[in-house]
Design a protein around this ligand. Structure first.
Ligand code: NI
Length: 160
């Protein structure tokens, strides 16, 4: 188990396009395990490989804390509906902003044996899939924020 350093906004690695994974080597498997460890340690619901400085199309997601999802080379096949809500990113610490996303997403991806599968998600899972897949093309949610990017601490004050 290894926790990797999470790159933050301003780091050029976060604005690059990632390469398709063509084979899963021992190094790839180690990266995947480290990504899950790093995501859980940081209490995030998703992490993309460029966030730990690796330009490969690999995403980890877990929106419940009990349902680890690995997406290698993900492609969004279908979206529908709409949801508008607060979003955050481990690479933009302490910040949050309102983003509109599809409420339903169907994605095709590959597992750790490069076997293809399809996954459907709604609500938070749909949001996480869209957010993480965009990381693989060098995009951060802050580009899509409606209104101001806020401090998480200000939002918590508002809710109190
Ligand atoms: Ni993110």
């Amino acid at each position: 188990m290894a926790i990797r350093n999470i790159r933050e906004i301003g780091d050029p690695v976060l604005n690059k396009s990632c390469k398709v994974v063509k084979e899963v080597t021992d190094r790839t498997r180690e990266l995947i395990e480290d990504m899950f460890d790093t995501m859980y340690e940081a209490q995030g619901v998703g992490l993309a490989a460029p966030q730990v400085g690796i330009l490969k199309r690999i995403v980890t997601i877990d929106v419940t804390g009990e349902d680890p999802i690995l997406l290698v080379n993900p492609t969004i096949l279908e979206t529908s509906g709409e949801q508008t809500g607060n979003e955050g990113c481990l690479s933009v610490p302490g910040k949050t902003g309102v983003v509109t996303r599809p409420n339903y997403v169907k994605v095709r991806a590959y597992d750790r044996n490069l076997e293809p599968f399809e996954l459907e998600g709604t609500e938070l899972l749909a949001r996480a899939i869209c957010h993480e897949v965009e990381h693989l093309d060098g995009h951060l949610y802050v580009e899509k924020v409606e209104g101001e990017l806020m401090n998480v601490s200000d939002l918590e004050d508002e809710e109190d």
